[in-house]
Structure formats: structure tokens, C-alpha cells
Design a protein around this ligand. Sequence first.
Ligand SMILES: *[C@@H]1O[C@H](CO)[C@@H](O)[C@H](O)[C@H]1NC(C)=O
Ligand SMILES: *[C@@H]1O[C@H](CO)[C@@H](O)[C@H](O)[C@H]1NC(C)=O
Length: 383
Amino acid sequence: MASPANSVVLFGLSLWIFLFSPASSLTCTSQKFTNNKLYSKCLDLPSLSSFLHWTYDPSNSSISVAFIAPPAKPDGWVSWAINPTGRGMIGAQAFIASKSNGVVTVKTYNISSYSSIIPSKLSFDVWDMKAEESDSLIKIYAKLKVPEKAEILNQVWQVGPVTDGRPSKHGFLPANLNAKGTLSLNGGEQSFSTGDGDLRTKKKNIHGILNVVSWGILFPVGVIVARYLRTFQSADPAWFYLHISCQISSYAIGVAGWGTGLVLGSESKGIEFTGHRNIGIALFSLATLQMFALLLRPQKDHKFRSYWNIYHHSVGYTVLVLGILNVFKGFDILNPEKKWKSAYIVVISALGVISLLLEAITWVVVLKRKSNKSTKPYDGYNN
Ligand SMILES: *[C@@H]1O[C@H](CO)[C@@H](O)[C@H](O)[C@H]1NC(C)=O
Ligand SMILES: *[C@@H]1O[C@H](CO)[C@@H](O)[C@H](O)[C@H]1NC(C)=O
């Protein structure tokens, strides 16, 4: 059915659609408004496929604006804001239009923290506020007072999903983080945020990769090595050194990942991922304790050795569970492309299946040894 020729044609067709689709040729100058409203200036905003149209009236210090953006989901919100006190989201005097159950409404929000987004009055007068939807785009219309003789304002825009009828957290991709800039009311040069969103995303990706590799993959592999390879006499003492090297590398990479997490946390004041952070701290403390376990390990015939085993194993399994849990929490926060989370799920499931197989093999080996009259299954190096 899917012959190579068909695929080539299909590929060519999608490339053509991609290159010549109307969306990519849409600019603000070609946009029309239902009520034949005209604005004197317009701007293709550099991210989130958004547009701003406005007319500045210096005689009474007001602007009339129309903001156009596609919501993040069919039931989603779009927002445009002036920030009189800063460049980002905090302090923004925002118009948020949200679509819920087919109805689009617009409200004003004084955004003073990342956590409580509730409708409130703005620090300037607003009138003729309205929102509508057409062609999957939401349009916000409003008139607002600007400071007298103002020339440049800080503007911020954003799109996100609606959950339970209320606007909820937007994405954290560069397009989202870079959605801010200045608005020169007279249409002079506009400047937009470019770098820091990308840089932050890069840092977050590094944080993610380091931690997935260490806590998410290497550490579980090290546990598997310790639990299953030592059943085999031929793997002794190789399993021991393999286990130690896995766990020490995992710890080293994990500490680097933990450090990047702390930096990210301190850079994003006001945004708190409490669960992820606390698990991260617990993970780091327990893993550090586990490093001491190596130093404090009594000889195998020492009377404390069995206590040490209990301590080493319980801390180890706790780190294993917390590590994987936090990797998933991290995926939910960073929200990378689906394929990364899927790839990790494949890797961790493969490790799970391998463990199950080895568990079964271990049982067979141990039972066989028992029936071969060896009183005690081989218990490995130093154990
Ligand atoms: C400012 O002027 C415009 C047009 O002249 C008018 O529509 C608007 O109501 C005025 N706004 C204020 C606050 O007076
Ligand atoms: C917006 O919120 C901040 C912080 O809560 C407050 O200081 C400010 O007065 C509020 N502005 C308006 C217009 O309500």
C-alpha cells in the first residue's frame, strides 16, 4: 500500500502545504475586523503567532487596541498586557480572553503573583472591552488610558489552556518565555525579548538531561546490576565494581543536575514547583547518605553487616523510586515534546522487563543450587 513512490508524493505534498499555507503568509496588514474598525498601526508579534493593532490618541492619552492570537487549545485563553512596573508577567495589567464551552469572555487581571490569577481592576482606565472568536483566533478589543506623553510601554502577551473554566498555566517553551517586548506607541522601533527565553530553556533542558541520565537511568541500572548479577559466581567481583561505578557516576551527574535545578529555582522567583523541589532535595540527601554507606561498610562477617545491608538497601530503593518519580514530575514541568517522555517510558519499561526476567532467572538458579544440596545460595562478593 505505502509504496516508496506514494511516500515521496505525500512528502512533496505536505512540504508544499507547509511552505504555502495561508497561515505563514498572514501578516497584520492583511487582517480585517468585522466592524470595519481601522487601526493606524499594527505589528506582527514575533512569537505565539500573535498580532497587535492599535491607534494612539495623544490628545487624551489613550490607545485603542486589538490583539489577535490563536489559543493554545480549542478551549484556551489568550492574553495581552501592559506592564507599567517591569518587563515580564509580574506586575502585568492584563486582558485575558478565554473560551470555555464555546463562549469567549474577556476580563482584566492585575497579575501580582504567578499563583493567584484572579480578575481585578487595572491600574489604568479601560473601556469598550470586548472579545470574539473567528477562524480559531481570539480577538481582544479594548481602549485604555496610557500615562501622559508616554511613548514606550512594556507589553507582554501569552496563550494557554483553560481548565475547569479558568485560565491555567501556559507552556514554558521559548515562544512563551519570549512573548514580551516594548511597544512604541508612535510606531517607532519595537524591541522584543529574544535571548533569555532560549537560554532558560537551554538550562532547563540540560537540567532535564542530566537528571534523566543519572537518577532516571544509570541509578536503576546500578541497582539491577547489584541485585541480579551477583547471583552468578562468574560475575564476581565484576558486579561489585560495575555497581559502584554506575552509582558513583550516577551520583556525580545527579549532583550536577541537582545544582542546575537549584540555579533554575533561584532564577525563577515566584514560580514554585514545591513537590519537584522537595523530592529533589530528599533525593540528593539520601544519595549522599548512600555514598557514605560505601565508606562505612563493615566486613562481611561483621555483626553489624546485616544492619548495614538493611540500611543500604532501603535507602537505595527509596532513591530508586524517588528518582523515577521526580523524572516524571520534571517532564510535567518542562513539558518537552511528547517523544522525549515516551522515549524515557520505553527505556524505564525495558529496564523493568529486564529486571523481571532476571528475577525469574535468579529464582531458578537459586532453587537449582538448593536442590544441588548447596546449603546456601551463593551470596556474592563480601556478602
Ligand atoms: C479619547 O478620545 C477618543 C477619541 O477622540 C474617545 O473615543 C475616547 O472616549 C476618549 N477617551 C477619554 C478617556 O476621554
Ligand atoms: C495590583 O496588585 C498589587 C499587589 O497586590 C497591588 O499593590 C496593586 O495596588 C494592585 N493594583 C490595582 C490597580 O489593583
